[in-house]
Design a binder for this molecule. Structure first.
Ligand SMILES: NC(=O)c1ccc[n+]([C@@H]2O[C@H](COP(=O)([O-])OP(=O)(O)OC[C@H]3O[C@@H](n4cnc5c(N)ncnc54)[C@H](O)[C@@H]3O)[C@@H](O)[C@H]2O)c1
Length: 437
């Protein structure tokens, strides 16, 4: 057992700044408001409903996570954010069409009070969108300073003790790391020079990290995962998490794949297709934004199956991912997976999964949990990449030279062991020999 880590108490208000007040954000905000009023349950949220086993199984100690570690309470959260559209959160939630009108009306006043600040936006990085609520600036450096001014103004206006920022904006086009991202110095020079290598999302991340805010990227775009951001996060002691929330089809993939591998069942092919009709689907209909998503969705299986260790089972796996924009479905996505597997002596079998899910309903508890856990990390003095939050992401951020952990069950164990470590409790290894001594 190691001594507990010193964690500053979660006193005062926590400002949660969301970049992009679209389907996911408004579902998160309206949900928290409804839960606060006792009108609904926080289903899917580990911070609100999850428990954690402590000590031996015979001790029967399993408190709720929120009673075990100090997390900001839902009543202490203040939401804010930016969007390229001027609609307040009530109107934006109606446009998104995820929650029922009657449910939105129960929290209408609170939702209408959340109005988007003008965004930093450049259509070059999200081709299918255009909106009026956009900042003008001399260059990208100037835009970053404007965001910093927004952050400070929000903090003082709402009397927040602490803030976190989450990018829940649209998926930007596929980008690769360049020399501009190599260090804080080169990044700041590139901001001055309006370098194309800096998409809007990076300007937000830079502003957050400069102010020492924890930052998470809920989308797959290249944002905080570059050396300049890691250097800045280390300098300002800001925790980071991302990328791309693990919901829907990829969530199911990372539940099924570790099971197949555990039983050494081979996989020849995995064909995944989706229909999706919300604004996210529309943005992903652009091939450049889709490429960002595709890369993020495809990597998980390779890491879970470890074909270099099990060439007979997974070496030639054919993995295809498709997303089709189909407006009639709105946010209610439908995904189909066809998995061609093989067993003893190579005999083939098939597994079909048809998931009729609701994207933003699966994503909202993740946004809430990540915001609360990042705030905890900051108060516990943990900075840089928070690998223990991989549980929530399709392309988890990880240290250079390490492969990311994609197995949902290992990720959950890592998350809970991190909480035990923070509180000076024994880590749980599941060895369990002591019960049979
Ligand atoms: N819902 C899920 O299950 C899920 C899972 C993983 C990732 N994501 C990602 O989360 C993001 C949000 O998803 P959504 O369904 O809410 O999409 P959405 O289109 O409803 O909302 C995105 C919002 O971001 C705004 N936006 C775009 N660029 C901006 C900028 N530079 N500054 C401020 N606002 C900006 C848009 O105007 C829009 O309102 C997407 O990138 C999506 O791919 C969603």
């Amino acid at each position: 057992m190691t001594p507990p880590i010193d964690i500053a108490p979660a006193r005062g208000k926590l400002g949660v700044l969301l970049v992009g007040l679209g389907a996911v954000s408004t579902t998160t905000i309206a949900g928290v408001m409804a839960i606060r009023k006792g009108l609904a349950q926080p289903i899917g949220s580990l911070t609100q409903m999850g428990t954690i086993r402590l000590g031996k199984r015979t001790e029967a100690r399993a408190p709720k996570i929120k009673d075990f570690v100090s997390l900001a309470g839902l009543d202490d959260i203040v939401f804010g954010g930016w969007d390229i559209f001027e609609e307040d959160c009530y109107a934006a939630a109606r446009t998104a069409g995820v929650l029922e009108q009657s449910q939105l009306d129960q929290v209408r006043g609170e939702l209408e009070a959340v109005k988007p600040m003008p965004a930093v936006f450049d259509q070059r990085y999200v081709k299918r969108l255009d909106g009026p609520n956009v900042k003008k600036g001399k260059n990208k450096r100037d835009l970053a300073e404007q965001l910093i001014a927004d952050i400070r103004a929000f903090k003082s206006k709402h009397g927040c003790d602490r803030l976190v920022m989450v990018w829940v904006g649209s998926t930007e086009v596929y980008m690769k790391e360049t020399a501009a991202h190599a260090s804080v110095a080169s990044f700041e020079k590139a901001l001055e020079q309006n370098d194309d290598a800096i998409p809007s999302s990076m300007i937000y991340a830079y502003a957050a990290l400069r102010e020492g805010l924890p930052f998470a990227n809920a989308a797959p775009n290249l944002t905080a995962d570059v050396p300049a951001m890691l250097e800045l996060a280390a300098r300002t002691k800001s925790p980071l998490a991302g990328n791309d929330m693990k919901t829907g089809q990829t969530l199911i993939k990372t539940i099924i794949a570790p099971g197949l591998k555990a039983r050494l069942l081979g996989v020849k092919g995995w064909y995944s297709t989706n229909i999706l009709g919300n604004r996210d689907g529309e943005v992903l209909d652009d091939p450049e934004s889709f490429k960002t998503k595709e890369e993020s969705k495809k990597s998980a299986l390779d890491y879970i199956f470890q074909p270099h260790l099990y060439p007979e089972l997974y070496q030639d796996l054919c993995h295809v991912v498709r997303i089709n924009y189909y407006p009639p479905r709105g946010d209610n996505k439908e995904g189909w997976d066809n998995i061609d597997i093989f067993g003893w002596l190579g005999y083939p079998m098939q597994l079909k999964i048809n998931f009729l899910c609701r994207d933003s309903i699966l994503a909202a508890p993740i946004v809430l949990d990540v915001a609360l856990f990042l705030d905890l990390a900051r108060r516990a003095g943990m900075s840089g990449i928070q690998e223990w939050l991989s549980f929530y992401f399709k392309s988890p951020m990880h240290a250079a030279g390490l492969y990311p952990e994609h197995d949902l069950f290992i990720q959950l164990m890592k998350l809970k062991n991190t909480l035990r470590f923070l509180k000076g409790e024994d880590l749980i290894t599941h060895l369990g020999l002591e019960y049979y001594d």
